[in-house]
Each structure stands twice: as structure tokens, then as C-alpha cells.
Ligand binder design. Structure first.
Ligand code: SF4
Length: 345
């Protein structure tokens, strides 16, 4: 059993909790395990960042938790909202999606319907979950939501199609649609990746404002630790379908307990002189069908020892962290400066 996710208010169940989640895609020899026993938890008003390179399993984890995996994919474990179990209850999950839990994606063009106006799409989202709301009331709320996410001239914009919006405005429109039914949990999957840095900063500020003002529990999926520094309270680092480190964000930045976290941080730009040179991580993450035995990170790990090649490390508590590394104590002793992209709250 791995170390449970640490969080404030641990005497009551978290608002949203994923426990021992496993996701297996159809494949040879019983299938290919994309997610191997992931535990995550987030509370109201809190931001949990789920970080990892492409293929780490971060998006698959959250899609599975939302019941959005395709046919033939096996999902086991536990997904709870306010203590109530939803995994294995597709109908209940369907009612939850877009209502109490919502998700936004990296590319709004794939989520927005190109042949419906933005206002009509938000209106539809409102009325799917509440038929008592009239078309006129829903459209008024759609305009209010566009104003909430700082879309200028929201009434006029509501009558436009997605292709008439810029990339940043489309992302705002998608956030407005996700907020249509006042969700308690918002999952944002790489919400700023396709945007330039100025618009990225605006979207992050918008999400942070929604978290503060509406008490949203926000799960931010990203590969960018720079974004995490300015927004998240806690971070979970995923590698090859497992959580390899979990910690309050400052702890993860200043004293990473896992060599993979340390490597991600070294690959970030810094304003501090002694870290002017970026250090890319050698190699690439293993594919689903070629995960190495022992610690999956061992082919890329600068401090691997023979034990790492045969024995998979469990996720254990190391001070305020949980880390899956045989040498976690050793790794945790080297403080690192914060990255340039923001300061932890
Ligand atoms: Fe590196 Fe070994 Fe720790 Fe894996 S268990 S991260 S290979 S030191």
C-alpha cells in the first residue's frame, strides 16, 4: 500500500479522491497497463498539479477518473466525490460530468463544436443538466459566464462561432462552458500549452481567480513545472503510470525527493545565476509495452544502483513528501532554487 496523499483537513474525506487507480488498455499478455495504482486527492479551494512528461499517464488517469476512457479499457480502483464511490457507475458518472465535475482540454477546437455559436454551446451545457432553465435564462447565464472569464463584449461574442475567437479567447470560452453548472472540481488538462506566454499567464490567473472566488478544487495536468510554481498547492509527479513523488509545491521545488523531480527542475529556466544552463533529461520515457523492470526511471536515473534494476520502489513517506525511490533520503538533501516562471504561494 502506498503512502496516502497528504493534505490539510485530513480528518475528513477529500472532496475528490482517486485511490489505487489502474488503467489497462487491450494488448498482448493480458493488456498494457498505462496507470499502475495512482492515488490522488484534492479539496475545495485547492490546486493539485499532476505533472509528468508525455506518456506518463497523467491525462489517462484523469480521463479514467471521469469515466472518459474508450471501450475495451479496464479501469479499477476507486474514484470518490465527497466520499461517494463513482467508479463502476457509468450512469452516475455521466450525470456528474459537466455538473459537479468538469474538464477542460489543451485544444479548445477539439472540444468546441465548430458549427454552433459559443453561446448556444454554453446554453446547451446548462440545459442538459437542468431542463427547468429556460433558453432565455440559459443564454443570459452564458453571457454572464463569458464575462466571468473576461471575454470582451460577451453578448456579441456569444453569437459568434469558435473560429471567430482567437486561441486565448477559445480557451476562455471552454472554461466558461466548464463553469456552466458551477462545478466543484475542475480538471484542466494542459490548458495553456498551445498559447503564447502572455495568454498563458492570463489563463493561469483566471483559473486561480475561479479557485479563490468559487472554492473550486482544481486539478492541473501539465508537463510544465514553471506553471505549477505560481498556482499549485501540492504536486504529484507521474512517471510511467505511477506517482513517483507527491509533496507540497515548495517542498517539491526546494527539496525534491525523487531524482526525476530533480531532473524536471534542472530542465527549467531560472532567474538565478547559478542555474543559467538548462539540463535536458537524458533519454525518453518508456513506452507502454517496454517499461523496464525494477524502477521504471532507472535507465535515465543519474544515481541508479544495481537494486534499482530489479526492485520496484514503493511510494513511501519521506518527511513532507512521498517518494518512490530507493535513495529518496539521499535525493532530498540537495535544495534547488525556484524556477523563473513564478513563485509558490
Ligand atoms: Fe533512481 Fe533507483 Fe531511485 Fe529509481 S529507485 S529513481 S533508479 S535511485
Amino acid at each position: 500500500m502506498s503512502a496516502a496523499p497528504a493534505r490539510a483537513g485530513a480528518d475528513r474525506p477529500p472532496l475528490f479522491e482517486v485511490r489505487d487507480l489502474r488503467v489497462v488498455f487491450p494488448g498482448p499478455a493480458g493488456g498494457l497497463e498505462a496507470v499502475s495504482g495512482v492515488d490522488l486527492a484534492v479539496d475545495r479551494g485547492e490546486v493539485l498539479a499532476v505533472v509528468g512528461e508525455s506518456g506518463s499517464g497523467k491525462s489517462v488517469t484523469m480521463l479514467a477518473a471521469m469515466g472518459l476512457t474508450g471501450p475495451g479499457v479496464t479501469v479499477t480502483g476507486s474514484v470518490r466525490l465527497d466520499g461517494e464511490e463513482y467508479l463502476g457507475r457509468p450512469e452516475a458518472l455521466r450525470r456528474l460530468r459537466g455538473k459537479r465535475m468538469a474538464m477542460i482540454f489543451q485544444d479548445p477546437m477539439t472540444a468546441l463544436n465548430p458549427v454552433m455559436t459559443v453561446g448556444a454551446q454554453i446554453t446547451e451545457m446548462i440545459r442538459i443538466h437542468d431542463r427547468q432553465v429556460s433558453q432565455r435564462q440559459a443564454m443570459k447565464k452564458a453571457v454572464d459566464l463569458l464575462a466571468l472569464v473576461a471575454v470582451p463584449f460577451p453578448e456579441r461574442r456569444a453569437a459568434q462561432y469558435p473560429h471567430e475567437f482567437s486561441g486565448g479567447m477559445r480557451q476562455r470560452a471552454m472554461i466558461a462552458m466548464a463553469m456552466a453548472n458551477d462545478p466543484e472540481v475542475l480538471i484542466a488538462d494542459e490548458p495553456t500549452t498551445a498559447l503564447d506566454v502572455t495568454i498563458q499567464a492570463q489563463i493561469i490567473e483566471l483559473l486561480d481567480g475561479l479557485r479563490r472566488e468559487r472554492g473550486l478544487a482544481l486539478v492541473l495536468i501539465t508537463h510544465d513545472l514553471g506553471i505549477v510554481a505560481g498556482l499549485a498547492d501540492r504536486v504529484a509527479i507521474l512517471y510511467a503510470g505511477r506517482v513517483v513523488e507527491r509533496a507540497p509545491v515548495r517542498e517539491a521545488y526546494y527539496r525534491p525527493a525523487h531524482p526525476y523531480t530533480a531532473s524536471l527542475l534542472k530542465a527549467l529556466p531560472s532567474l538565478e545565476g547559478d542555474r543559467g544552463r538548462l539540463v535536458p533529461i537524458d533519454g525518453s520515457p518508456p513506452g507502454l509495452a517496454s517499461r523496464p523492470p525494477g524502477c521504471s526511471f532507472h535507465p535515465r536515473c543519474p544515481i541508479a544502483v544495481p537494486r534499482c534494476m530489479v526492485e520496484r520502489p514503493a511510494l513511501i513517506a519521506v518527511g513532507d513528501h512521498a517518494a518512490a525511490c530507493h535513495l529518496a533520503d539521499l535525493s532530498a538533501r540537495t535544495p534547488l532554487p525556484m524556477p523563473a516562471a513564478g513563485g509558490a504561494r
